[in-house]
Each structure stands twice: as structure tokens, then as C-alpha cells.
Design a protein around this ligand. Sequence first.
Ligand SMILES: Cc1ncc(COP(=O)(O)O)c(C=O)c1O
Length: 395
Amino acid sequence: MIDIKQIAKKLKKPCYILEEEKLEKNLKILQYVREKSGAKILLALKGFAFWSSFKMVAKYLDGITASGFYEAKLGLEEFRRHKKDSIISVFSPAFKQKDIKNIAPFANHIIFNSFNQMIKYHHLLKNVEIGLRVNPMYSEVNPEIYNPCIQGSRLGINPFEFSKALEIYSLKNVSGLHFHTHCEQNSDALKRTLEHFIKYFGKYLNGLKWVNFGGGHHITREDYDIDLLIKIIKDFKAKYNVDVYLEPGEAIGWKCGVLVGEVVDLIHNTFDIAITDLSAATHMPDCLEMPYTPQIRDSKIIDLNNLQDLPKDFKYCYRLGSPSCLAGDIIGDYAFRDSLEIGDKIIIEDMIHYTIVKNNTFNGIPLPSLAILKKNGDFKIVKKFNYKDYKRRNG
Ligand SMILES: Cc1ncc(COP(=O)(O)O)c(C=O)c1O
């Protein structure tokens, strides 16, 4: 087993390291689901767009799902390159005409968020299957920022608007329906959600080719009930005679790599504080958005205001912060076995999905490099960023 710690020691700048072996483990689980259930699985590029690894990803998945032209084009260039018959599906809450013209020549599915858009653009789509995103009015997602079924949501046509639209329009140009209502959920949530989807939209499925169950299925997480997922899909396919698509992002990049940085200074204000060259705001925004505290290798997450239950051998406690000006740009509070020193490496776990795709250069903080630890143990930095990347985006 290659030790990330040995690699980290040699790194001079912050770096995301994708571990190919772990990525492949996730992909094999997803392939098993495809084979057993008959579902097609698309990679959601919004969560994982590390295209240097797509040769491997394309071996196991059916294609990609994109949120617009850029992601779709990346899918065309870097996924279809490795798998000629890969599916490119695109959903956006609202397409401009130019987007449609750009995407139409190579997309397989374009999924609209309204009848308006479908009517406006369907004549431009010759070899593309059209889908409509619906809102089944049920989602167990918390916090609300990730819940597409909150009151007043702009995502998906609700059942009442759908039936009202059908008084004027028809589904003759429509091949499929799509819903996305999950975030990090197990298959029992899908089972409950499908009851709502069927209640409201089951009556429209006759004659359609497919239903896309969206993303948010945490299939590669240790406690995920894969057998239930397979049963749900098989039953649904048999009952409605449609293809089923899943489009996870997080499940592909789940626990398959780290972010490495280092301690730049140590200060004290009520607590011992380590200022690192890593920022939650710029390198791992979900930590602030969700919010959650990421795991750091060889440490325990603690609450510096309550140290009563501190594990015995973890007596060196720190708040880890970033080099940005944002007071709340804190990675978390941690206890270590040994005291931290300036220059010590920090290895943050599970930092491949929804990190690189969300990076920004707030405060001019450098973007971490991108590296791959190959299955054979080779370590390769595939992309480095520098001052020019910052300058180009700012003027
Ligand atoms: C429409 C749609 N599909 C797929 C996904 C991917 O979800 P996840 O990465 O949680 O699996 C998302 C995420 O927001 C989404 O909005």
C-alpha cells in the first residue's frame, strides 16, 4: 500500500491527490448495480470532473450528465473519447438558444425544466431525446439549500403545473421524465420518493422511453443498501417498461482522494491555532455551505469549547484555519497525538468530489495542484496552477 504521507512530505504546494485504486473500487460497485439492475449510470460532472481519470471511469459507466454547454463539451471531449457510444445528458433550469444550438449536435438527452422551454426548442433537436424534469413534491433532503422540493422551488415541474400544461400541450415530443430529489441518501429514501413520483406522474409513463432518477444516491457508501436499489429499479423497469437512469456524482468521487497542505504559522488566542495554506472557502466550500468538518488524517475532530471527552493519546488541540481574510474560514478543531510544527503536512480526507469543481481564487489564494496516485504506485501531478490563472479570471 502506497503511503500518502510519504508523498505529502515531498509536496511543496497544496495538492489534491486522486487515488485510482479507490476510484476503481467505487466504479466496480456502480458497474455491479448497472449489471444487476439494468439501469444506466451517468457520471454527474458537477460533482466530479477530474477528466484525467475518465479513461478509467468510461470503462465502468454509461456516460455523463451535464448542467450546460461546458460540462457537456467536456463529456464529449474527454468521456466520449474513451467510449464512443457514451450517453451525454444535459439538464439546465433554463437554456438559452445558443446553449441548445451548441449542445444539440452531440447530446443524447436534453432535459427541460418547463414546457415553455420544451416548446421553444424542440424543433432544434433532431437526434436528441427530450426529457422534462418534474418535482414529485417529496424530498427527505436536509439542509434546505440542497432540497429541490422546498416550497417555491424552481427545480422541476410540479404535478399541478404539469397537468395544467397538458391541457394545452402534449407529450408527443417527450421521451422521458427526470426527477432529482436526493442528496447523500440511501435506497430507502428512493423507495419512499418513488411512491410520490408514481402517484403524480405514473399515469404519464405509458409510451415514454426512460425515467431518470437523478443523483444523490450514495451508492458507494459503506452502509448503502445496494440490493434494495437493484430491486427498486428492476421492479420499476418491469412495471413501466422504461429504461432507468441514475446520475450520481458524489458516489463516484466518494472517499477516493485527499487534499494536502501544510501548517504555515502557529498562534494563540484562547486556543492554539494553526494557520494553514488550505482554505475551506476556496478549496472545500461544502465545509462552509453544508456545513461539516472534514476528517484530517491522524487526528480526531473535537470541540475546543468542550474538551472533557478528549481521547487519551490525543492531547494536542488546535483550531485549523485558512490564509483568507474571512473570519469564519475555519477548517475545524482537531486533536493530534503530537504537537504541530510549522511546515507539518495536513492531509484532509475525502476531498475529491465537489471540491475541485467548486474551487475559487478568493483572496488570491492559489489553486491546489491536481495529482493522481496510479494503481501501480506511480504518482503524477497532472495540473499545476499559478499566478496567471488568478490574473486571467480577474480583469
Ligand atoms: C440534476 C442533478 N443530477 C445529479 C446530481 C448529482 O448529485 P450527487 O453528486 O449528489 O450524486 C445533482 C446534484 O446536485 C443534480 O442537481
